[in-house]
Design a protein around this ligand. Sequence first.
Ligand code: NAD
Length: 277
Amino acid sequence: MSAVSLSGKQLAAAIRAEVAEAVAEPVKLAVVLASTDEASAWYVRTISTAAAKAGIDCELVDTKPDADEIAATLHRLSADPTVHGVILQSPLPPGLPPAQQLAGAIDPAKDVDGANPLSLGRLASGQPAFAPATAAAVLALLDHHQVELAGRHAVVVGRSTVVGKPVAHLLLDRNATVTVCHSRTKDLAAITSQADVLVVAAGRAGLITGRHVSPGTTVIDVGTNPTEDGRLTGDVDAASVVPAAAGLSPVPGGVGPVTTAVLLRHTLSAACASIGP
Ligand code: NAD
């Protein structure tokens, strides 16, 4: 057998089109950037371009790499009625508190990338909250490709608050039986090979190979690892997994474009909630 390619491009385009059609009143997303990191700058440009195409105003707010200034900026944007979504771009420069801690200054109603710990807490306790866009994108991609979740064994590799943990909660909400693996998991392959659905978010190129998957496994590769020649590669060794699995999302072109589109959808939802019915 050969795995079906679970592309995110068509889904991302559909979400972007749906958002563009629904934007009626001015909608604004503010992205706070405290680093000069090249990858962050690239990602922020991607969001900005996608937002502009969907009719959403994207304001880039540069701050000094200073915890007080970042927190004050997030508070100011959260209180600004013309701003509907607020993102703190990570990774932050070294020496600052973790992004999750600083993101506590984002109003949960505008926390469109689910970075405030309150958002994760609400998500975990089944209350309305914005999930991190990447985690929501994983679920959207699985739904788009009609992957059954209820009663199936979903294995998540990675336990970060940005991807692994929220994905696990979203999968639980969909009645999957969820196992979370991480860097201290013993015999990863013994667990991942039992998965019906395998979501990999470890940030380790080539971590998952053919021996980690079974013939029926659907694999979602969240990893984005820069290669020496300037490309991006996932956490999954596609060459050995494609012949072994049922489905595999490509990198690039899988979760990534859906994440950006979901961010716009969340921003529109935040705007609709603040504008009122
Ligand atoms: P992170 O470094 O915060 O967390 C990585 C997790 O993987 C940890 O919980 C760790 O325990 C686990 N891990 C590391 N090595 C492991 C191993 N050998 N075996 C099992 N588990 C292991 O990273 P993150 O922020 O969660 O991101 C994970 C990956 O997803 C990165 O490649 C990142 O670039 C990518 N990412 C992609 C998107 C997107 O939109 N496509 C968005 C966010 C993150």
